[in-house]
Design a protein around this ligand. Structure first.
Ligand code: CP
Length: 500
């Protein structure tokens, strides 16, 4: 997926080549801005382009730099920079608010929202490019583009780097996105240092390791700093912590002070996405003017990088190289037919078998049969089905769920449901007490339309408590592992099932 007509929701949507293309354009625009040459950077070229920026959360840098980027390109700007004074305060949902800016014919939309996955909701709802300006603790991909721009500007490269990430690694979306982006480049090592209760989420560490990015955990800043090319400090995200005790514990995290700076090597750069919380500064204020502190320059790079992103999304600059279609073409095979052995029905089955016509769902996750009987609309039809968790006859140590339904075949949608709740189950069609078709199920590639499922992430926009009415959707990323399409939370099919 490129940026043209799409915007940027998730750093996963970009590959290394595409990132470098954005950074090159941003460098050209920065140079044109420095030379004060509007003819070289006002890429709107007199077109009537409307940028809508909707900020449901506080912001100084992201909002201002997107606005300035739009203005420098020659766009008009609309939207809101706080929900105060907007009809969000009257209870309007995100999608209804998005629909308004669609009705007003906005050409591009920038969204910051406190819920994980909100930007994905916006990109699904709208046909125009959407930029994720930070969605909860999930991602902040345009921040990452400016971070990468700053790193390459300061060190001259994006590979062979030793990068330290510190502060709130649990709730800090900037570090999640930056770590994932750095893992696209070769031979980078990510050093992690955080309060013990705010570690980097395991699914992100798993992705880094899958891409052969070395991850080193530290318990002292002093031992981490001497090796680093870049140290990236972050603010403790108090506003995302459900438990105030979590913040009290997090306060014990380290501060990057003058002593740490003395330990750094030549060419080192101290970065921070900002803001720094003055009541709990992660960087000693006196270091603001140190030549190795590059966070002011980093924030300034928000303008040319966001100009590049906006221009590319609207086709105002040469497009990004597309990812090969092969990467995006996946076929869903969630069942396969098994050969049928001509053996007489087993006598020692624990529940009465189907003797005439029906379906037997076997090898299900134990105790999942009751729920499935509800979802297949047989639970209230006493004579139509039998369900139990039983010991396997061939392997008595194993428990398995079974559901037998008289006079029934499963549709493809129903097979999909069974495969979702019980990947590994087998479905047998029975006619005259003989198996006539046997299917082996596996986890489907895509799970949607089952509103009973819950993403385990309580900050996910699909959770009913947020009242956004977004149906959950999961994509398969491993044989029994799924990822929420909105917030990126990774969950096993078993855990997903337990949440029902
Ligand atoms: N870095 C960043 O997102 O800053 P703001 O919250 O001020 O936009």
């Amino acid at each position: 997926m490129g940026i043209k007509n799409k915007g940027l929701i998730n750093i996963h949507h970009l590959n290394q080549e595409q990132i470098l293309h954005i950074l090159n354009l941003a460098a050209e625009l920065k140079s044109a801005l420095n030379r004060k040459k509007p003819e070289d950077y006002k890429l709107g070229r007199g077109k009537d382009i409307l940028l809508a920026r909707l900020f449901y959360e506080n912001s100084t840098r992201t909002r201002a730099s997107f606005e300035i980027a739009g203005q420098r390109l020659g766009f008009n700007i609309t939207g809101f920079d706080s929900t105060e004074g907007s009809s969000v305060k009257k209870g309007e949902s995100l999608v209804h608010t998005l629909d308004m800016f669609d009705a007003y014919q906005a050409d591009v939309l920038v969204l910051r929202h406190p819920l994980d996955g909100a930007a994905k909701v916006a990109s699904n709802r709208l046909q125009i490019p959407v930029f994720n300006a930070g969605d909860g603790k999930h991602q902040h991909p345009t921040q990452t583009i400016l971070d990468l721009f700053t790193i390459i500007e300061h060190t001259g490269r994006l590979d062979n780097l030793e990068v330290g990430l510190s502060g709130d690694l649990k709730y800090g979306r900037t570090v999640h996105t930056l770590a994932l982006a750095l893992s696209l480049f070769s031979n980078n090592t990510i050093h992690l240092y955080s309060p013990s209760n705010l570690p980097m989420p395991p699914n992100i560490i798993g992705l880094l390791e899958e891409r052969n990015t070395k991850v080193i955990h530290h318990d002292k800043l002093e031992t981490m700093v001497p090796d680093l090319d870049i140290f990236y400090q972050t603010r403790i995200q108090k506003e995302r912590m459900p438990d105030p005790f979590e913040y009290e514990k997090a306060k014990k995290g380290g501060i990057f002070n003058a002593h740490c700076m003395e330990l750094t090597k030549d060419g080192f750069g101290l970065m921070h996405p900002l803001p720094i919380d003055k009541s709990l500064p992660g960087i000693e204020p006196a270091l603001d003017i140190h030549p190795k502190s590059i966070y002011k320059m980093q924030a300034g790079n928000g303008v040319p990088t966001r100009m590049a992103l906006l221009a590319l999304s609207l086709g105002l600059a040469k497009d990004l190289p597309a990812k090969s279609s092969h990467e995006e073409q996946i076929i869903d095979h969630f069942y396969k037919e098994l050969p049928i052995r001509k053996t007489p029905p087993k006598k020692e089955v624990s529940i009465r078998p189907i003797r005439e016509r029906g379906v037997v769902i076997d090898h299900m996750i134990p105790y999942s049969e009751r729920l499935l009987s509800i979802l297949l609309n047989v639970a209230d039809k006493q004579n139509a089905y039998r369900a139990a968790t039983v010991r396997s006859v061939s392997r008595p140590d194993n428990l398995k769920g079974m559901l037998m339904i008289e006079n029934r075949r499963l549709t493809k949608e129903e097979l999909h449901l069974v495969a979702t709740l019980s990947p590994g189950a087998r479905v047998n069609n029975i006619t005259d007490a003989q198996v006539t078709k046997k299917l082996q199920l596996s986890l489907p590639r895509l799970i949607e339309g089952i509103n009973e499922l819950r993403c385990p992430n309580v900050s996910c926009i699909t959770r009913p408590r947020h009242q956004e009415h977004i149906s959950p959707r999961f994509e398969k990323i491993g044989s029994e592992t799924l990822q929420c399409s909105y917030c990126g939370h990774v969950v096993s099919s078993q855990e997903l099932f337990n949440h029902i």
